[in-house]
Design a protein around this ligand. Sequence first.
Ligand SMILES: *[C@@H]1O[C@H](CO)[C@@H](O)[C@H](O)[C@H]1NC(C)=O
Length: 424
Amino acid sequence: MMSQISNALSDFFFEYETPRQVLVRNRRVGVVCRLIQLGVLAYIIGWVFIYEKGYQSTDTAVSSVFTKMKGVGYTNIEGRERVWDVADYVFPPQGDSSFVVMTNYIITEGQKMGKCPELQGKHNCSSHADCEGGSFKRTGHGQMTGVCLNATKTCEVLAWCPVEDDVKIPDPPMLMSAVNYTLFIKNSVTFPLFGVSRSNLVENIDNAYISKCLYDPTDAPLCPIFRLGDIVKLSGFKFETIARVGGAIGIVVDWTCNLDVDVKHCIPKYTFHGLYGNAAETDQARASVGYNFRYAKHYLEDKEQKRTLLKVFGIRFDIIVQSLARKFDIIPTLTAIGSGVGIFGVATVVCDLVLLYLLPKREFYKNMKFKYTDSHVQPDSESLGIETSTYYTFEANARQVQGTGQSNDPDSEACSTETEVCKK
Ligand SMILES: *[C@@H]1O[C@H](CO)[C@@H](O)[C@H](O)[C@H]1NC(C)=O
């Protein structure tokens, strides 16, 4: 018992087994196999390593954005001059990464709580029965009192009076001067995995440059100050349209960095996209065009609460930071190499298929490759089946080929004297 165990142990430790391989001298199989291996090699080097950069690990950034608008608008309505500054036209005012710049508005001043007629059009009535008291209409401005007013032929409502009339959107937009406003973007990103922090005010951007530069895709691609007209144009829209009814534009700050090179090459790239609607589409074709919201300023006058209502049409800007940093890392490198080596196995499988199932001499090669056992008869050399004898013939042939480097035609009767089977 002990000796059996020690034999097994010594077998385990002092022996090494390695698979025996069959060398096939066949041009077709050889070429197919090498071509597949070449393809796999090209895939690993060209695609995995060079194109997909499989030797690097990646990380996305945590980022923060701060914005600031500059510019002044001017309106003159029936002799009433007014200037609109940043505090008047930016919503919300904190400098968020998502904000609205007002370009057009409908103002309703001096509203107070009371009873007044609804707008003409959607809310017409012919008798008191059309204006059920205490109920609301979905598109109405207030609670109906149950009275159909004769003068206007509309229902009377309890609401902020007078009700807003937003049927006609001012055209041209009230604040066309918005085309010359500028937007300043401050953005910082940190790649936590690599411990790298960057800001869009990169190395050669200093105060002197910022004070006079204006973003241009070719001349000043790193200037963080953007003219609104340029942003709208680069997103593919017309400023006149978007300023009249409003719209949404995404400013994408793209940080795609290769940290294997100097970090100063890690710079932002700005692109501009219309966020809904298609610049080419005609406005009439769409159901809900533009972007607007209502905003009210409340005040007390003669101890009575009043408000000024603004329906604001504007351009909504969303600043979207996109980031991907890459840096050499040993683990993805080894993973890529390992999977590449694994794919080499495909070549073996395909060539085996060709060899064993497609070639005219496939039966012969099959016999060479596999060693058959006979389950009924003792496999001694006298009772070997026909396949096994072919096998030996081939083995003999192969040995002869190895030994002499001559005849490699497996069909030739080449029983050299060296082989045991032929001796028999
Ligand atoms: C915008 O600025 C340009 C150049 O300063 C000026 O010619 C143009 O009239 C301005 N546009 C508006 C709408 O104010």
